[in-house]
Design a binder for this molecule. Structure first.
Ligand SMILES: *Cc1c(COP(=O)(O)O)cnc(C)c1O
Length: 361
């Protein structure tokens, strides 16, 4: 099978090799030094301010979304949550569950967040803001510089779910005034699912330490304390952390984030240029689309997006990414992250061409 989903994505051989080895014991100085290196490389790649730290969470991206909501905010906060798709909706649900007072900015799915929308919330006493960098369910890329400038002007703590956007889209905690941001192992880092990572600036760390979190596993103050000696409070997904170390070092040695950003961007542009003759419409405006993923609307009357996913899977041996919920029949997605070759992209487009010939799209 060829995998064009948005996670888990195709891993490379080096990552697979580490995954085939025995798992080492981890309460050792040797493993601690790997973790210290992971922390410093991760901060570098998020372009985080000095003295930033990383919480290494064993749990998928949602664990770090929830951990962030629990540790950075309290009932005394008043936060803005952007809901422009299923991941934004998840942030809304997390604020509800943890009783964080919030205002939802509900966007029409596939549409960008604009200055006109943000202006309504200027000087209104908000203390926090939560949103995705890339809302993976629609492929929209939010203008994080605009959001960060708004937050800075208003003294708002900014927590960004960059789970899918990290490495695919331009992102800098420093420049965009982001206090905390997360990513996950199975997205552009192209590791197996199992872990997620939060980069915290000093303000975010302060909030964790001051906050009395009603949880043992999600107590970030405990992670920060243990992290000082390169450890985690509980047994982490050790193999993933070794794969992470190898991956981060390879990225650093091969042109850094800028280079990998460029590769993913080029891949997305190549794909989008090569499907112009097909009866698909882009679900998001071209100038506000993430490099991570292309969301497509079949334009032919009566063609189901979900059915395309099924046929491509069963008859062509390729996974594209179906949508859930209200978009299931309308939209499917093609991911551009992971270890994907041009030959594989050509194969996917040939499969679409064949569907066209068979009058299935
Ligand atoms: C994949 C993803 C997550 C995490 O999902 P999990 O299934 O919990 O790993 C969170 N946010 C975004 C934007 C994502 O793309």
């Amino acid at each position: 099978m060829i995998n064009f989903t948005i996670g888990p994505v195709q891993t490379d051989l080096e990552t697979q090799k580490i995954g085939a080895e025995q798992i080492p014991y981890f309460r050792t100085p040797e493993f601690s030094s790997v973790m210290k290196e992971n922390e410093s490389l991760m901060c570098q790649m998020f372009d985080a301010p000095d003295n930033s730290r990383v919480v290494f969470m064993t749990g998928s991206g949602t664990a770090s979304m929830e951990g962030g909501v629990m540790n950075f905010f309290t009932q005394n906060d008043k936060v803005l949550v952007v809901n422009g798709g299923s991941f934004g909706h998840r942030l809304v649900e997390l604020c509800q569950i943890h009783e964080i007072p919030f205002t939802e900015i509900h966007l029409e799915y596939g549409q960008p967040l604009t200055q006109d929308i943000l202006i309504q919330f200027e000087n209104k006493g908000y203390t926090g803001m939560l949103l995705q960098l890339c809302e993976t369910s629609t492929g929209i890329l939010y203008d994080m510089q605009m959001v960060g400038d708004f937050c800075k002007r208003n003294g708002i703590f900014l927590f960004v779910d960059a789970v899918s956007g990290f490495l695919a889209d331009n992102f800098s905690m420093k420049q965009m005034h982001v206090n905390a941001a997360i990513t996950g192992s199975q997205k552009a880092l192209s590791l197996p699912p199992s872990m997620s990572f939060t980069v915290l600036d000093s303000e975010a760390q302060k909030r964790c330490v001051a906050n009395k979190v009603k949880s043992m596993y999600f107590n970030y103050a405990d992670y920060l304390r243990n992290g000082e000696r390169g450890q985690t409070p509980f047994t982490p997904a050790v193999a993933t952390l070794l794969q992470l170390n190898d991956k981060l070092k390879r990225i650093a040695q091969n042109g850094g984030v800028k280079y990998i950003n460029g590769v993913i961007k080029q891949r997305a542009e190549y794909f989008r240029a090569k499907i112009k003759h097909l009866p698909f419409k882009m679900f998001t405006p071209e100038n506000a689309t993430s490099n991570c993923v292309t969301a497509l609307l079949p334009a032919t009357e009566g063609v189901s997006a979900y059915r395309i996913f099924e046929i491509i899977k069963d008859e062509y041996g390729i996974w594209v990414c179906p949508n859930g919920g209200e978009l299931a029949e309308k939209v499917f997605r093609v991911g551009h992250i992971g270890n994907i070759t041009e030959k594989e992209i050509v194969q996917l487009i040939a499969a679409f061409d064949d569907l066209l010939k068979r009058k299935l799209i």
